[in-house]
Design a binder for this molecule. Structure first.
Ligand SMILES: NC(=O)c1ccc[n+]([C@@H]2O[C@H](COP(=O)([O-])OP(=O)(O)OC[C@H]3O[C@@H](n4cnc5c(N)ncnc54)[C@H](O)[C@@H]3O)[C@@H](O)[C@H]2O)c1
Length: 269
């Protein structure tokens, strides 16, 4: 294929921006993770998806394989240490080494802080923070041993700003942004870059549920506040495009950053 020819979306890319890369994507079966799985494959990557949604994950892998990509799914609850370790053992068997990690799996609880139970706190910390610890702990070692690579962690507009009814969620997203910065500092000499992608409201199950629950609690995001904050709702593919950039060698000197995908919301404050 000529270097500058345009490829149809049905073809895998041998000249794509992620050609030759192998990526592990947590939470890659739905939402922004799904959009990233599709975008990574379109750009020529081999991918392994770790997610709790078996049916959706397997269907996506089938769809990607039909387009000619190498894609795998491993049913994994990334908040569980044993499952994460077993999944990465399986990754090694399936694809050998990998040089991209997109740590995306996460969720939200919308509740006033004074009504938040210890069980709520533990659940959100486990899914959003312990998972990132478990996954990144394993990945930095393996990526270091294999010549480095790029890690992208999903933060949020709530990584650095505070929002009503989202105190514990904001805590978790602040924590993972700090993890991204710390990895960039600690593993630079091992050839690892690490950045956070920080979206505003995105049209996924997570984002739509969040807006609806905030609205029910009287926050009225749907009726104007969202437009005011970020102009319109973001599409998952727009976040995936930022993740492709951070995963690719195009961002070779970018590490330890928070890339806001929010149409200027964070800048406006
Ligand atoms: N949607 C938004 O508006 C928005 C904005 C900012 C940040 N985020 C972040 O994006 C992530 C959520 O992604 P989304 O919006 O694509 O939502 P989503 O709910 O559509 O997708 C989340 C994916 O993560 C998977 N997942 C959840 N818990 C898991 C676990 N324990 N183990 C493995 N997989 C698990 C789900 O099955 C799903 O595939 C979270 O990290 C969230 O903080 C979302």
């Amino acid at each position: 294929m000529a270097n500058n020819s345009i490829q149809s979306s049905n073809e895998i890319s041998s000249i794509g921006r992620l050609a030759g890369k192998t990526a592990v994507i947590t939470g890659g079966a739905a939402g922004m993770g799904r959009a990233a799985s599709l975008a990574f494959c379109k750009e020529g990557a081999t991918i392994v998806i770790l997610d709790i949604q078996k049916k959706a994950g397997e269907a996506l892998v089938e769809e990607l394989r039909a387009k000619g990509s190498e894609a795998h799914f491993i049913e994994t609850d990334v908040s569980d240490e044993g499952q994460v370790e077993a999944a990465f053992d399986q990754v090694a068997k399936l694809v050998g080494s990998y040089n991209v990690l997109f740590n995306h799996a996460g969720t939200i609880i919308v509740k006033p802080l004074h009504e938040t139970s210890v069980e709520d706190y533990d659940r959100l910390m486990a899914i959003n923070v312990r998972s990132a610890f478990l996954v990144c702990r394993r990945a930095v070692k393996e990526m270091s041993d294999n010549g480095g690579g790029s890690i992208v962690i999903t933060g949020s507009i709530a990584s650095e700003l505070g929002y009503p009814l989202e105190s514990v969620y904001c805590m978790t997203k602040g924590a993972v942004l700090q993890l991204a910065r710390s990895i960039s500092a600690e593993y630079r000499d091992q050839g690892i870059r690490c950045n956070a992608v920080c979206p505003g409201f995105v049209k996924t199950d997570h984002g739509l549920r969040e807006i609806s629950e905030l609205d029910s609690a009287g926050q009225e995001w749907e009726e104007g506040a969202l437009d005011q904050a970020q102009g319109r709702i973001c599409n998952p593919e727009e976040v995936a495009a930022a993740v492709v950039f951070l995963a690719s060698d195009e961002s070779s000197f970018i590490s330890g950053n928070a890339l806001y995908v929010d149409n200027g919301w964070y800048a406006k404050g």
